[in-house]
Design a protein around this ligand. Structure first.
Ligand code: VGL
Ligand code: ZN
Length: 187
């Protein structure tokens, strides 16, 4: 039996109300995630946060022909985790830092200050089971969940701890259905 980890996806200012790419009710995940994080830490389980860490003019920005307004530019206010998301000891994964590559999944990211990718990091930590929370259900949470399943990790989406962008109104529901169909637990 391996260890369990909590992966908190992109609870950054730009994805919360007031941010450049605000997710409706995005900040409502914060108290829920804080409780999960405290519980994981108290059981010596790893807590991992991911952050979108784009350079200016990233390929996913409208100014570069992409779909999104400029967001989560590394070092700006919108890039930082929401101030209310106070967390116990945790590890940080950055993703989306290459100018010409978009990266929705945490598994396309690396441990801050190193080139260790998330999958290798989880292997080193003997993690075989992940719980996933954060923003946004229909983009980065979805992509992270699908990659976790591809890596053979037992994967649970924490339903009260995710919110979606919903460019189309049903996007989050469809994403959750897809995650379930591919083997994720939703709890
Ligand atoms: C995300 C859109 C663009 C996300 C990141 O974190 O879900 N969505 N970049
Ligand atoms: Zn992004």
């Amino acid at each position: 039996m391996g260890r369990e980890a909590l992966i908190i996806v992109d609870v950054q200012n730009d994805f919360c109300p007031g941010g450049a790419l605000a997710v409706d009710e995005g900040d409502q995940v914060i108290p829920v995630i804080r409780q999960w994080a405290e519980q994981f830490a108290s059981q010596d389980k790893d807590v991992i946060t991911t952050q979108d860490a784009h350079p200016p003019h990233h390929i996913s920005f409208r100014e570069s022909g992409g779909p999104w307004p400029s967001h989560c530019v590394k070092g700006t206010w919108g890039f930082w985790l929401h101030a209310d998301l106070t967390l116990p000891k945790h590890f940080t994964i950055f993703k989306g830092y290459l100018p010409d590559v978009d990266a929705y999944s945490g598994f396309e990211g690396t441990l801050a200050g190193s080139n260790l990718n998330l999958n290798d990091f989880l292997h080193q930590r003997k993690v075989d089971t992940v719980y996933i929370a954060g923003l946004a259900t229909d983009y980065c949470v979805r992509a992270t969940v699908l990659d976790a399943l591809k890596q053979g990790l037992a994967t649970t989406v924490l339903i009260d701890a995710v919110r979606g962008v919903n460019v189309h109104p049903e996007d989050s529901q469809h994403a959750l259905d897809e995650m379930r169909r591919l083997g994720a637990h939703v709890k």
